[in-house]
Write a protein that binds this ligand. Sequence first.
Ligand SMILES: *Cc1c(COP(=O)(O)O)cnc(C)c1O
Length: 427
Amino acid sequence: MLLPGLSLALPGDRLPICTSQLGGTSALRCLSTVRPLAPQALRQLQRSRQACNSTLTKEFASVSDEEASSQSSDSSSSTANHSNGHQATADIDWDSLGFGIDNMAPMMYQATFTPEQGWSGQLQPYGPLQLHPSAQVLNYGQSVFEGMKAQRTPAGNIVLFRPDENAARMMAGAERLSMPPPPPEVFLEAVVSTVRANSHYVPPQGKGSLYIRPLLLGTGPILGLGPAPSYTLVVYAAAVGAYFKGGQLTPINLIVEERFHRAAPRGMGGTKAAGNYSPGLVTQLAAKQSGYADVLYLDAKTDSLVEEVSSCNIFVVKGNTIKTPPLQGTILPGVTRKSVIQLATQLGYDVQETPVSITEAMAADEIFTTGTAVVVSAVGSLTYQGEKRQFGEEGQPTKVALQIYESLTALQQLKTEDPFGWVVPVV
Ligand SMILES: *Cc1c(COP(=O)(O)O)cnc(C)c1O
């Protein structure tokens, strides 16, 4: 067998979710119950959430919620007992969460694809993957990832934000890299199972989130250049806080990268292919050493249009107009970007997807970046060709960025109504 699961198998009666083959599971029934209703009134959403929860409560009675799992002595209520030394909520200092691997969730999901058998997967303890040195991904880089967050609502439910968008984007990336696209139900099953199994790692409301990292890897062995004969979908997760050091609302200083481009026309910049990211490290590290949080890339064709930051999209504000560069294959189609476009329009801004020159950006009223990990981050300064442009007051988030951050996070955590039907309860 190519990728044997870890021998640390869980006792069957402790594994509440998904030992079955993938397919029409209750997780998906739950999602499909909720999603069509979501664009309507919150009351209706809440009713369906209750229905969803009662289904879950019945079926996954042993999946702990935060309270239950913090009593780690009650072994039937906590999956944390199976972890590699990780403990339940009690051991996490929710007030000092950073963005990293310190609070890795104890369970991960692993599915395998072969042309003969299709997809099949299960939950297992977080731990190393076993790979042949001839695994395609290690030699030729068949690898795409996703980034998502599970958050807690004031009522204590756990919600995902537009997970269908991530499923679709992983499929698109898989196609670009000649990998079998995991069907949305396979992807969602993996993500929802991971969240439920690690529900005690979802921080209390407002303290952070469970960052979810799906990976699709060409893990089958190969020597000559070609696609892998088999594939692995892995979903792991970690409890995280703010992405940039300095905290969520501290504006970030950006510098325009003038040596390298991130993506080229007709390349793969529009996918979350792993190979898109390490080439940026050399400039990103240099920028960090000079006190910048990250770099802003220009387009490869004219070297004059802003594209995006290493891992987030960019918006440029002037008066009532908010511009963001259009998706033409070189920019990552962010789910947050797409949502902010709609949200800002609803808030009354004139939002345009249109090319933005670096000159225009330097002359803007304010700039902010968006992404699942960064959420919405105000840009405090932008440096280009030695000139530093300051936005807003030192250390203070700029006005529009703050407004959009607050509306988006309130909606994502169901602190306000979700008129778009974007928020999907899973617990
Ligand atoms: C993931 C990512 C984004 C943001 O996408 P979201 O779906 O909003 O998280 C933006 N740019 C790049 C390069 C990314 O990798």
